[in-house]
Each structure stands twice: as C-alpha cells, then as structure tokens.
Design a protein around this ligand. Sequence first.
Ligand code: GCB
Length: 592
Amino acid sequence: MRRLLFLLVTLASFGYAAANPTTLINNIPNRTTISLNGPWQAIVDPYETGLNARFYLNAKPKDKRELVEYDFDKSDVLNVPGDWNLQKKELFFYEGPVWYKKSFSYRKREHTRVFVYFGAANYFTRVYLNGQALGDHEGGFTPFNFEITDEIREGNNFLVAQVNNARRRDGVPSVNTDWWNYGGLTRDVMLVEVPETFIQDYFVQLAKGSSHEISGWVQLSGSTSEQQVTVEIPEAAIKQSLTTDAAGRAEFRFPAKLELWSPGNPKLYDVVLSNGSDKVHDSVGFRTIEARGTQILLNGKPIFLRGIALHEEAPVRGGRAFSPEDAQTLLGWARELGCNFVRLTHYPHSENMTRLADRMGLLVWSEIPVYWDIDWENLGTLQNAENQLRDMIARDHNRASVIFWSLSNETPVKPARLTFLRQLADRARQLDASRLITSALNHVDEAGPDTRVLNDPLGEYLDVLGLNEYLGWYWGRSEDADRMQWKIAWDKPLIMSEFGADSPYGKHGDADERWTEEYQANLYQHQLKMLKKIPSLAGLSPWVLMDFHSPRRLLPGTQDYYNRKGLVSNLGQHKQAFNVLQEFYRAADAPK
Ligand code: GCB
C-alpha cells in the first residue's frame, strides 16, 4: 500500500497521467471551434530537463529569492501550425523535446462540453492544461483530443504541450525513414465546443456493393438512455429517424436514390445529423468501390488509376504542409498531370487534403507510417500502429475520395511482420468494411534475368497489391524495362505504387547520365511501356510529385538533403518527366 502511494505521489509530482486521449470527435471543420493557432511560446529542451523542472506549471518566482529556471514568456516563439525545423535555422536538424505554451482566455457556457483538439503533433506529445496533466499521445500524423470541460477555467487559462520528435526504435515509423522528421504542432490546434449530449461520430456511406442503399451508424457521446437521431439528405429527400441504444449508438440501412460521386462528377451532398441538442452538417459523396479479379470497380465499372505519390511537404516554403492553400497547390499539380488518383504517402495527410480530394474528384490511397523495418515483435508497437490506423479511419471514413487504407510500405518479408500486418488488415476491415485494403510491397523473386515474381505472402491478405520497383535507378538500366516480365502470384489488381529517378530541375545531359532531367524522362518512358504489358495493372502512382527534404540524401550540389525524384521541384518547376507522364495519362491508348 505504501509503495503504491509512493508510486502515485511520484507520478503526480511529474504531472504525468499517461491518460489516453478521449475518443475522436469526427468532422471538426463543421463544429463550433475556437482556434489556438498562432504564436506559442516555446522552450527547446534538448536534455529533457522540463519534466523534472515541471515546465508545465508555467511558474513564476513568487519573490526575489525563489529559484525558477525557465520562463515561457521570455522564451522564443513558434508558429502553430508548423514544424519547428523550418521556422528556426538552429532547429533544422533538431530531434528532441520542445515545450509549447499558449495562454488564452475562455468564457464558459452552460450545458457545453469543451475539448482541446490537435490536428497532429510529431511525434510524442504530453498535454497539460493550467498545470494539470491531460494525457499523452503517440504518433505524428493522426489527430487527438482531450475533454477539458472540468479543467478549463473561466477567464485565463494556459495550455502546455511537450512535443518530442526523438526517433524511437519501437516507434511507428521507427528510426529510419526517407523523409524529414519535422517536429512540432504541425497541424491546427483548437478548442471544440459541443452540447452535453452530442453526435461524436457517424458513418454514412453506400452499403458495400450497393448503389441504392445507405448503411452506417451514429454514435452519441454523453447519452445514457435511448435517444432520437435524424439523418437527413435534403437534396435527395431523405429523412430517417433512428433510436440509439443505451450506449448512444444507432445503426441503419435504408434505400437512397443518389447521384454517384466519381472523378468525373465529384458530387457531394449536404448530410445533416441531429439529435435533440446537436446538429452537424457534412459534405458527403456516395460511391462504391470493389476489387473483382484484377480490376478495380468504381460504381460497378472498371477504373484505371492514373496516379501520383506525394509527401505532405509545403511547396516553395518547405516544411510540413498544413494549409488549404498547400493542399490546393499539391493536388492542383496532380490534376494538371491528368491524375484521377493520389497516393498520400507515407502517413495520413491533413484533413484539408482528403476534403479537397473529395471536392476535386481525386481518389485517395491513405497510409499509416508502418515503413521499412519496425519492431514487429513488440506488442506496444502493434498497439501504436493499430491506434494510428483507427484514428486515420475515424477521421476520414466519410470521405468518398478515400478508397484504399494502406497498412505499410516496403516492409521486409519475415514471419513476425506477417503476423503484425495480418492483424492490422483484420482491424482495418473491422473498422471499415467498405474500403479496400492495400500495402506497398517491394520484395520480388528473380526467375531468370528478365522475370520478377511478386509472391510476398502478405499479398494473400490484401484486396489490392501495391508494388514499388526501382528498375533503372536502384538496379538495372531503364532500357531493361523493355524486356522485363512481371509475374504476380494472385488474381488481384496491381498498382505500381512507386518507380522513379532523381533529377534536380534544370540539370541536363544524355538520357543515360544520372541526375539529369533526360535520365528521369527516359526512365519514365521505358517504365510506362513496360507497365502497359502487365495484364493485372489497375493503376500507378510514380515516385513522386514534388522534391522533398530527406536527411538521407546527401550528395552535395545535387541532392543537398532533398530527394529529387519529384516531377516538379520544391519550387514548383516542372521537369521533363512531368510531361512524359502527362502525355501518357492524356493519350487515347493509355489504359483506362
Ligand atoms: C522507396 C520508398 C520511398 C523513398 C523512395 C526513394 O521505395 O517507399 O519512401 O523515398 O523509395 O526515393 O528511394
């Protein structure tokens, strides 16, 4: 008993509650929110003194004798949202904890619950309100929220977040990635106000395989008895009344005559959900997606995915992209390329991206950062990956654009990895049975000099196979593609999810001179010729839309910490290969 007490006291003195975030609130853009974006005071804490020194108390010396060795108000400022690496030169390579503090004033309202919502913070975050621990969150790209109804005060408040982007062997991703480890409060931070009983989440989509029935569920928070909930789609003259169970949940399935969402016709309906006290609007598209044999069917018809892969890196200014304008530029280039599909790598991008994709009619591959090798046998790592999968799905499960949940990228073939990823596949299907499950694979067997066989055992558990292959860059020559045969062990659709070559914009030479635009363009030409001959090919998403920062790309004068496989440079200049792919996507003989 004594020991327990000691432990509790010790934990309390660290202000460390280890509580999990509250279940996510869906559809934040259409709720009542108060932005906490803008300047936050920040203390860079490379030796992690802040936890012991209790920075989260935001203390000031009470008299001239008292020792307080930190002062938020005299510290530097970081802008939120935004990574710290590109805001301060000296933080470009920084990996470790930074303490953020925001003071704000709040007026309490009757019968109103309050949450603090973080769009994303990379990578591990501890959150405190008015000196009290709210809990922590692991994972750099999924949203999280804490309820603070009881903790928030009338008048002055201060919120402290310790964000730590130190890489972790047991993390997701683990220590090795080919993208910049941008740290900080990288997406919007806000307060969310909701009624005491509110519509926390809902799933409103066409029933799997049906174009004339909607199925889904509504989940209330704060209700302890049966309640009436209404689902309306005024434009389609739909009004359905439901009764929730005591746990606040109602499931439904009803007929609906709707214009279907597609890249050619990205029709969105105003969907209104209401109960006695709450009412939320959402813009929702309705479409079906299926895999049949080697085809992908959108609304029952085969579709060829003319795609491009992209990182969530800000054009021109650099750093982590976060704004609607960033999304507009990136997806605008994809559209200009002739795409109907984007692979959002290697982690869930911001909600701006998926919502804009809905409006633009771009199909989306959404992915969690289970990237290269991770700690497959660690149950904590599996739990972390499952949480990231859950929250990626929870945020975007009403987006018509999202057709694939991707579990992983280029993971090494071994038993522990298969067990891990099978569990993720099962979990993804439990959470959302309406979308297709995929992964980007890269292990192939050689069957003679010109034949490669994709038979990674994970393929059995996927609906759609992704394959990354760097013929002409990491192995072989671009021309070898003319003879290369690809054998696929499953009768499933194949997306060539990556291929590419580095070329700094404006560097010219022969088609066989590496690091030139000509080399990159030539590689694309041979690749595209080869891909057309693969019978099960259902789409492609070459690597990559825009050059992006990577700590692994060190060649001076050529890479300078950039992966240069972009079809456009980080400044937006279009390289020759952009035109090659654009022509392919526009050509009448391109696979449709
Ligand atoms: C890959 C990875 C991607 C890298 C790319 C490259 O296979 O999936 O994250 O950036 O290759 O450029 O090597």
